[in-house]
Design a protein around this ligand. Structure first.
Ligand SMILES: *[C@@H]1O[C@H](CO)[C@@H](O)[C@H](O)[C@H]1NC(C)=O
Ligand SMILES: *[C@@H]1O[C@H](CO)[C@@H](O)[C@H](O)[C@H]1NC(C)=O
Ligand SMILES: *[C@@H]1O[C@H](CO)[C@@H](O)[C@H](O)[C@H]1NC(C)=O
Ligand SMILES: *[C@@H]1O[C@H](CO)[C@@H](O)[C@H](O)[C@H]1NC(C)=O
Ligand SMILES: *[C@@H]1O[C@H](CO)[C@@H](O)[C@H](O)[C@H]1NC(C)=O
Ligand SMILES: *[C@@H]1O[C@H](CO)[C@@H](O)[C@H](O)[C@H]1NC(C)=O
Length: 320
């Protein structure tokens, strides 16, 4: 720890000795803000191996710190959960976000990127996600999230996969196994409680007619699928969509001590990233505090008292 402090101290001194950083605050809807937010959106979707993809909803804040070697973008970005699992190859633009009635999940992220040679790289992020709405406020019959270990919903999930695996054809079809349960909900439909499940499946080395110690195929060989299922009493329905073999997982672009130093010098981001876009945590949050829209983020150009301030941040809301 002491060594690290000394090391950082030396770098701080050297950084200050060079040039003081310049700080600019472009509008949150400016092309450079949109581009950086897009890079982060792609990063957060490529970097995770479980959970759902997130789509950019609003840029709340942006600050660009110019240094001789690079620009550092510090941003506050709000994302919404989509209905596409991260393993789904569909581009996030093709993925619908969950509506409030479907229990939207919002993620608020503090993000730092560097831009060198025109290339934006995410170096830090800290996200906090939670279901945005309590659906009781919206409708009486709306679904509710269940914990991902809910016994009845998991039984229904297993039963629905058995239905899918019992499909027959005159070709040899692969048997699938559950890889991840992404979302469990319950909803009262015409007086009866109904369970719903969204889950990811992976191809095994068995065919649908075999039942002999089936194990998932290698990541490079397996196809994956995303299933939605639901029940009414004992009648389970299931719908699965199979994906092409997976792309290799993109490693996080955590890198370099210099960018971290610069951020520590000017802001609050700490050295460790906290990744909490974890569906288990979503399900356990019961009471939701809706974040107040920041009152700041307006700039009066020219400073004339009779000029209406032009709001530059936060940027426009893309969904809700
Ligand atoms: C589900 O998980 C929670 C928290 O980890 C635990 O308290 C609870 O007992 C679990 N329920 C079941 C049915 O396993
Ligand atoms: C086998 O599959 C082919 C093509 O899907 C179909 O035309 C044919 O009727 C099937 N035969 C049987 C016996 O199911
Ligand atoms: C699948 O792989 C497992 C482990 O290698 C093996 O025990 C099992 O027999 C295989 N199943 C089939 C149908 O090939
Ligand atoms: C799985 O992948 C490893 C390494 O990529 C390879 O050596 C092995 O043969 C593969 N196994 C199967 C069943 O394809
Ligand atoms: C189960 O659902 C299917 C499709 O909705 C329906 O055709 C069938 O009659 C149902 N069976 C029972 C026992 O409810
Ligand atoms: C990490 O830094 C090294 C040296 O600065 C660079 O060559 C490499 O491309 C960087 N990796 C990433 C993922 O940014």
């Amino acid at each position: 720890m002491r060594i690290l402090c000394v090391f950082l101290g030396v770098l701080v001194v050297r950084a200050w000795a060079l040039v003081l950083p310049t700080i600019t605050m472009p509008p949150c809807d400016s092309p450079e803000a949109e581009m950086a937010a897009g890079v982060f959106q792609d990063y957060i979707n490529a970097q995770r191996t479980s959970g759902f993809k997130y789509a950019l909803n609003q840029i709340d804040e942006i600050k660009i710190i110019g240094t001789p070697n690079m620009e550092i973008y510090k941003m506050e970005i709000e994302l919404l959960e989509t209905k596409c699992h991260v393993l789904d190859p569909a581009p996030v633009t093709a993925c619908p976000v969950r509506t409030k009635a479907e229990i939207a999940v919002e993620a608020d992220c503090d993000v730092a990127l560097t831009k060198t040679g025109g290339v934006l790289t995410v170096i830090e992020h800290r996200c906090k996600s939670e279901p945005e709405t309590s659906t009781e406020d919206i409708c009486v019959g709306c679904p509710h999230l269940l914990p991902l270990n809910d016994t009845n919903a998991l039984q229904m999930t297993t039963a629905s996969l058995a239905v899918f695996n019992s499909r027959t054809a005159n070709v040899s079809l692969s048997k699938y196994a559950i890889l991840e349960v992404g979302r469990l909900t319950t909803q009262v439909v015409s007086g009866a409680p109904k369970l719903f499940s969204e889950y990811v499946i992976v191809e095994t080395n068995c065919t649908t007619t075999e039942d002999d110690n089936c194990v998932p195929l290698n990541q490079s060989m397996a196809t994956y699928g995303f299933c939605t299922s639901g029940n009414v009493i004992a009648n389970v329905s299931v719908d699965c969509r199979i994906f092409a073999p997976q792309q290799p997982v993109v490693e996080p672009a955590q890198n370099g001590t210099i960018p971290l130093l610069m951020i520590d010098m000017t802001g609050q981001l700490s050295a460790e990233s906290v990744e909490s876009l974890d569906p288990v945590k979503q399900a356990s949050i019961i009471s939701i505090v809706k974040r107040q829209a920041p009152a700041a983020g307006t700039v009066a150009p020219g400073g004339q008292s009779n000029t209406m301030p032009v709001p530059v941040c936060p940027g426009k809301v893309k969904f809700f």
